[in-house]
Design a protein around this ligand. Structure first.
Ligand SMILES: Cc1cc2nc3c(=O)[nH]c(=O)nc-3n(C[C@H](O)[C@H](O)[C@H](O)COP(=O)(O)OP(=O)(O)OC[C@H]3O[C@@H](n4cnc5c(N)ncnc54)[C@H](O)[C@@H]3O)c2cc1C
Length: 342
C-alpha cells in the first residue's frame, strides 16, 4: 500500500516537508494559493537549528541554491540610544524570502513533487493524509489588539548584521543583506486600523523624528516593489486537534523578535516527516500519525513559545519596557533569554 500525501500551503514548512517526503520517493502534492517568487513579511534572518537543516538541504540540492549571507553581530536600540551589542553564539543565515521560497519550490519539483501554485485548496479538512502548512492564522475578532507586519528592502549600508529597534507600539528589525542592501521588517500592535498606511509607510516605519531609527533611515533608498504587509494575524496557541496535522505558523507562531519562525517551520517539517513516511508506506494509520506528530510538535515548541510570548508582552507594553531594557543590560541576561526561545 502506498498512501498519497497532500500538503496545503507551499511556504517554508510545506515545501520542506514536501522535499523530505520526495527524497523517500513518496507521492506528494502541494497546493499553494500564491506564486513564486514572492516577497514575504519576514526579517530574513534564519537563526537556530533551522539554519543547519537548510544548509543540509542546500548541500544536497539538485537546483541552484540561493545566495546567503551569515551574521552574528546584533545590537538592540530604543528610540534614543543603543542598549546592548552582542555576538550570537551561532551565526544566523541571511536569506531573502524572494529567493528562499522559490528555491524550495524548484527543488521540490526537481525531486518529482507535484506543485499546484496559484491554486487555493478547498477540500475536506477531515480527509486522511492532509497536512496543513497554511501559515499565520487570521484573527477574526473585532475587538482587542491587532498585529501589523511590514517589510521592505532598502539600499542601506550596515556595519552590524542585525539591528533591533524597539518602539512605543512594536519593534523594527534591520538585517544586512548582501550587496549593500538591507531588509527592514517591523511588527506593531494596534487597537484600531492604521489609516493611509500604504502611502505613508516610510514615515510610519522611520517613527519618531530624531530617534535613532529615524536618523538611520534618513539616507536609505527604499525599494518600493519589495514592500509587503500583513494584518490581523494571531499567534495561535498550538492547534493540536484530534484529526488534524498543522505545521509551521499554522501550528503556532513564535513572536517575530526571536528570529526563529523560519527555523521552527523547518524543524517541524523534519520532526514530523518520519511519522508521515510511515503512513505513506501503509505502516500506521493517519490517526496515529496525527497523535504522534502533534505530541512531538508540542515537545519541540512548548517552552520556546511560552518564553517568547512572555518576553514579547514586556516588549510591547510601554510601562514595562524600561524594566526589560534595564534587565537586558545586566551581563549574561540577554544570552539566557535568547537560549529560552531556541
Ligand atoms: C513581522 C514578522 C517578522 C518575521 N521575521 C522573521 C525572522 O527574522 N526570522 C524568522 O526565522 N522568522 C521570521 N518571521 C516568521 C516567518 O516568516 C514564519 O514563521 C515562516 O514564514 C513560517 O512558514 P510557514 O511555512 O509556516 O508559513 P508561510 O511561509 O506563511 O507559508 C504558508 C503558505 O500557505 C499558503 N496557503 C494558505 N492557505 C492556503 C490554501 N487554502 N490553499 C493553498 N495555499 C494556502 C499561503 O499562500 C502561504 O504561501 C517573521 C514573521 C513576521 C510576521
Amino acid at each position: 500500500v502506498s498512501n498519497i500525501i497532500t500538503i496545503v500551503g507551499g511556504g517554508l514548512a510545506g515545501l520542506t516537508l514536501g522535499i523530505l517526503l520526495r527524497k523517500q520517493n513518496h507521492r506528494v502534492t502541494i497546493y499553494e494559493a500564491g506564486n513564486y517568487p514572492r516577497h514575504r513579511v519576514c526579517g530574513e534572518f534564519l537563526n537556530g537549528a533551522g539554519a543547519v537543516l537548510l544548509q543540509q538541504i542546500m548541500a544536497q540540492a539538485t537546483t541552484p541554491v540561493p545566495v546567503t549571507g551569515s551574521g552574528a553581530a546584533v545590537a538592540f536600540f530604543n528610540s534614543n540610544r543603543r542598549l546592548i551589542k552582542v555576538q550570537l553564539p551561532n551565526p544566523g543565515l541571511i536569506i531573502s524570502r524572494w529567493d528562499f521560497d522559490a528555491f524550495l519550490a524548484a527543488e521540490f519539483q526537481a525531486l518529482g513533487g507535484e506543485l499546484l501554485s496559484g491554486v487555493r485548496w478547498r477540500g475536506n479538512e477531515g480527509s486522511e493524509g492532509i497536512v496543513f502548512a497554511t501559515g499565520r492564522t487570521i484573527d477574526r475578532s473585532e475587538k482587542g489588539f491587532r498585529f501589523l507586519g511590514i517589510k521592505v528592502h532598502l539600499k542601506l549600508q550596515m556595519d552590524l548584521d542585525l539591528e533591533m529597534h524597539f518602539r512605543k507600539n512594536g519593534y523594527v528589525g534591520l538585517t544586512k543583506l548582501p550587496g549593500g542592501f538591507a531588509n527592514l521588517c517591523g511588527l506593531f500592535k494596534f487597537d484600531r486600523p492604521v489609516p493611509g498606511l500604504k502611502a505613508g509607510y516610510r514615515s510610519f516605519l522611520a517613527g519618531e523624528t530624531g530617534s535613532v531609527l529615524w536618523n538611520r533611515l534618513r539616507d536609505a533608498a527604499w525599494l518600493e516593489e519589495s514592500f509587503w504587509f500583513c494584518v490581523r494575524f494571531s499567534f495561535g496557541s498550538g492547534s493540536v486537534w484530534a484529526n488534524r496535522l498543522s505545521l509551521g505558523d499554522s501550528f503556532e507562531m513564535i513572536p517575530p523578535f526571536t528570529g526563529n519562525g523560519m527555523s521552527l517551520a523547518l524543524e517541524m517539517a523534519f520532526a514530523t516527516e518520519p511519522w508521515i513516511t510511515r503512513f505513506a508506506e501503509g505502516k500506521i494509520s493517519w490517526t496515529e500519525v496525527v497523535r504522534q506528530a502533534n505530541r512531538d510538535l508540542v515537545r519541540l515548541t512548548r517552552w520556546r513559545m511560552i518564553s517568547a510570548r512572555l518576553i514579547q508582552t514586556f516588549l510591547l507594553r510601554a510601562s514595562e519596557r524600561p524594566m526589560l531594557f534595564r534587565f537586558l543590560e545586566i551581563p549574561g541576561v540577554w544570552r539566557r533569554l535568547y537560549g529560552l526561545t531556541r
